[in-house]
Design a protein around this ligand. Structure first.
Ligand code: NAD
Length: 311
């Protein structure tokens, strides 16, 4: 049962998700280190807290939406963190929706379950954590149509479903702790590699004399068909309404893709798995960012990596 929801990390995604929770009638308290975003929420009359610990003290459930693993670790286990030094906590449920690696997720999940609930709640019950990264980007966060990929105890997942449906359209239960994070980084890895494959094929095809429009028609009715060819085509002029048709603006930034590939690569290394395409894709997107295209949609790899043209 939860009415009081704490929300930490009110950036591009988190601010929209928190707004949807407020709209759905939850009693929301927020925290962020960015004072200008905090002002936006306090102007609306939302409860503001000065630290993660203070958010935890008044919440039944706490949701985090932070940039990367180190931020999440810090907010949970750092000074004035959610777990308050690893003792007793007030919320029975912690949900992390940040995109981070499953190893860090599991570390935090076990730190959560080594705590107990406050005496005034139920001292014998252990709090639990769900990893629930999202797919859909800022427009879906705003519209409340995100997809949540959820790892952790199934009972907690069932109990939190209503909360997820206030912020999203689909929730998929993935299994135990860390499987939501694993799903997210694997999805983005496959998306990056298919985008690279399609881009490379278009560049080769064009150089061999076939137009991208014709090649797209072939792909989309043949075995090369994929999201990068039929929904998010990287070649300008082939499809309307996609980033490639508007100078690669909007969409999913190359910096975020580089970050997610870095997580996939770190995870693979940690378990000793050889993933050559992950490393290659990570290097390509890191190079794109280093060359100043980090803010452009990741499909700009077609223009900048392969043709080297700067427009
Ligand atoms: P963002 O950088 O816009 O927001 C992060 C927020 O966290 C900022 O407001 C920042 O001030 C706050 N923050 C950082 N450290 C903090 C701390 N110690 N305590 C309190 N607040 C802190 O990032 P975003 O675009 O909202 O993305 C958040 C997460 O969601 C990332 O992991 C990202 O990979 C993932 N994601 C993003 C998108 C997208 O399209 N933007 C899509 C899917 C998933």
């Amino acid at each position: 049962h939860f009415e009081k929801v704490g929300f930490i990390g009110l950036g591009n995604m988190g601010s929209k998700m928190a707004n949807n929770l407020i709209k759905a009638g939850y009693n929301v308290a927020v925290h962020d280190i960015n004072l200008s975003v905090i002002k936006m929420f306090s102007d609306k009359g939302v409860t503001i807290k000065g630290s993660p610990m203070e958010v935890a003290e008044i919440s039944d459930v706490v949701i985090t939406m932070l940039p990367s693993p180190s931020h999440v670790l810090n907010v949970y286990t750092g000074p004035n963190g959610l777990l308050n030094g690893g003792n007793r906590v007030n919320p029975w449920l912690f949900i992390d929706s940040s995109t981070i690696d499953p190893q860090t997720t599991r570390k935090i999940s076990s730190a959560v379950s080594s705590c107990a609930l406050n005496e005034k709640r139920d001292p014998w019950v252990k709090p639990v954590m769900l990893d629930a990264p999202v797919s859909g980007g800022v427009p879906a966060a705003e519209a409340g149509t995100l997809t949540f990929m959820v790892g952790g105890p199934e009972e907690a997942y069932k109990a939190a479903k209503q909360l997820f449906s206030s912020m999203g359209k689909n929730t998929i239960y993935c299994g135990g702790a860390g499987t939501g994070s694993a799903a997210k980084i694997c999805n983005n890895l496959a998306m990056a590699v298919s985008m690279l494959g399609v881009s490379e094929a278009f560049v080769l095809g064009q150089s061999l004399g076939i137009t991208a429009t014709t090649l797209t028609k072939i792909f989309n009715s043949s075995s090369a068909r994929c999201w990068s060819s039929d929904t998010y085509n990287p070649v300008p002029g082939v499809m309307d309404g996609v980033p490639s048709s508007r100078n690669y603006d909007g969409g999913f930034a190359s910096t975020l893709m580089a970050k997610d590939l870095n997580l996939a690569s770190t995870s693979a290394k940690e378990i000793g798995l050889n993933c050559p395409l992950t490393s290659e894709a990570k290097d390509i997107f890191t190079k794109l960012c280093d060359e100043g295209h980090g803010k452009k949609d990741f499909s700009c790899v077609f223009r900048h990596f392969y043709s080297g043209k700067d427009e």
